[in-house]
Write a protein that binds this ligand. Sequence first.
Ligand code: IDP
Ligand code: MG
Length: 135
Amino acid sequence: MSDVQQTFVMVKPDGVRRRLVGEVVSRIEAKGYDIKEMKLFMIDESLAKKHYGEHTDKPFFGELVEFITSGPVVAMVVEGADAVLGMRSIMGATNPIEAPPGSIRGDLATVIGENIVHGSDSPESAEREVNLFFG
Ligand code: IDP
Ligand code: MG
């Protein structure tokens, strides 16, 4: 049985800079999901560190915070049947080299540090991230 879920999705600064917001939104809509909330804004350092809290100890954490605060993002709440896993599927793997053609990252990105889009990795992360950005 499918389950109607909400997930947190974000076009990252590279996607906004490259004018790919429409492309990403179009793929989400074409898939059949509803966009329930959407805003363009700059993430500050405090929010970036909270959002990426699970990666605090990783060697790329500093770079990640710097990147995600480097320009405006478009944050969204996306809803639909099994939307958490479904969004991860249309995004493709974290590393664009491993993301298949047809996926957002597979079609539009080349390097892991600039992979266009974020999507929650579980229903628990989705709830936390929706509250963090839209609560
Ligand atoms: P996800 O975005 O697919 O959920 P995560 O493992 O949660 O992937 O990593 C968060 C973000 O951190 C990734 O989207 C990517 O932009 C960046 N990242 C992950 N691993 C690396 C790395 O090894 N080097 C540089 N950036 C990385
Ligand atoms: Mg993640």
